[in-house]
Design a protein around this ligand. Sequence first.
Ligand code: ADP
Length: 187
Amino acid sequence: MYVILLGPPGCGKGTQSKRLIERLQIPHLSTGDMLRQAKKAGTPLGLKVAECIDQGKLVSDELIMDLVAERIQQSDCRAGCLFDGVPRTIAQAESLDVMLGKNGVSLAHVFELVVDQEELLRRMLERAKVEGRADDNEETIRRRMEVYATETRPLVDYYRQRGKLRTVEGIGTPDEVFQRIANYLAG
Ligand code: ADP
């Protein structure tokens, strides 16, 4: 089963991703993780994207979709995967539809985690203190939230129009939130 987890920085995508891939027994395709690995390894790709990541800007659609194309052709993704952090723009969503279509498959669900702005900011600043991720400082966090609002939020309508959108309230314990996701899987 191919599923997308969609939502702004701090919405709990990481936490719910772990539970979801375990439940569905599918690989986790996180573009954020892939890019951070490339950055850490200092590969040519890593050097190219480092500045974007650290400033909270988006990496180019072309580069991202090349990464995704390569990953979904691997045999472990043949029966499905969880897309986390991608798509982030309408262009990426269209491109993903084409890629999956070529493989004769399609998305089953797009889960949108909904959390209010105030709670998001609170969680992100807390995470910045605890984890110390290079792009978790107040300025970059605000930038990423703006980018989400302008570039990624339109995907909600894109997937709603295609009958794929599953809205999930992201407030509550991680187990409570996951139960809401699981309800859609059962139904
Ligand atoms: P977040 O914690 O905000 O959900 P991620 O861990 O998914 O962020 O990604 C971190 C950074 O990697 C983003 O701010 C962006 O610079 C880059 N990135 C990740 N996925 C994409 C994508 N699909 N398109 C463009 N840039 C991306």
